[in-house]
Design a protein around this ligand. Structure first.
Ligand code: FPP
Length: 247
């Protein structure tokens, strides 16, 4: 039986987040430059997004470019930015066909103007789509996000719009770049690394974690289904006892 056949349609995660890792190592394994791996990684993004939309997942968040990635060699940063623009240009018709809405989280002000512009166009064009929400984390890191949230909360407090008593988990969540997006049910990280790497630190508090040795360009739709089946066998207790959640 394939993993796809084992998926319980009544327990599809609402939100899956993915740390797509291993493009560079995959390229090296094939005796190629790092960008070859990133290009192959785009094909995986296409396959997994289509599968997620078909399965009825509501949110798919992909860690496409971290705040720390700005520190990579300039040549790789420039090539990644160009690849993002090219991908958005190519993939927008597919997003429309599959009723996918594009969203972004992160500090878009740091993106080159042409890249930012292309994303804004695609976000606008897909804004009425009602299927999967594809959330790209771009120039994103959790510490940046939490620092920004705090800065804005303090500014509002200084203007008399927020009091200390009004700050709770829900109000704080509203200041995050993920405001309005439910927390991930499942986090997948490829390439055999067991780290969170400054990704959604607040939002992953109760997410199930799934780590695989598979490098991102090798991660197939069947691997994705395997992760979903694994998730569906977990017992999510949210700090309660097993008896409390099963009764
Ligand atoms: C991690 O592999 C991957 C990235 C930093 C970039 C991810 C980008 C893509 C998959 C392409 C564009 C994406 C979209 C959404 C259009 P790595 O370079 O850290 O690999 P390594 O750890 O093996 O060196």
């Amino acid at each position: 039986m394939t993993y796809k056949d084992q998926i319980n349609p009544n327990r599809i995660p609402t939100h899956v987040a993915i740390i797509m890792d291993g493009n560079g190592r995959w390229a090296k394994q094939h005796g190629m430059k790092r960008m070859f791996g990133h290009r192959q990684g785009v094909q995986t993004v296409h396959n997994i997004t289509t599968a997620a939309a078909e399965m009825g997942i509501r949110y798919l968040t992909l860690y496409a470019f971290s705040t720390e990635n700005w520190n990579r060699p300039q040549e790789e940063v420039d090539a990644l930015m160009a690849l993002l623009v090219e991908t958005i240009r190519q993939e927008t018709p597919t997003l429309m066909e599959n009723n996918v809405r594009l969203m972004t989280i992160g500090d878009l002000s740091r993106l080159p103007e042409t890249t930012r512009q292309k994303f804004m166009e695609c976000i606008e064009m897909t804004s009425h789509n009602t299927g999967l929400n594809m959330v790209l984390a771009l120039s994103y890191s959790s510490r940046w996000e939490i620092t920004e949230a705090l800065r804005r909360a303090v500014q509002q407090a200084q203007q008399g719009l927020l009091t200390a008593e009004q700050i709770n988990e829900d109000t704080l969540s509203c200041y995050l770049t993920t405001a309005g997006i439910p927390d991930p049910d499942l986090l997948i990280r490829t390439s055999g690394e067991y780290r969170i790497s400054n990704f959604l630190l607040w939002q992953l508090a109760y997410s199930e974690m799934y780590f695989t040795d598979c490098l991102w360009p090798d991660f197939t739709v069947e691997h994705f289904y395997q992760a979903i089946v694994d998730y569906q066998h977990r017992e999510r207790r949210f700090g309660k006892t097993s008896e409390q959640v099963t009764e």
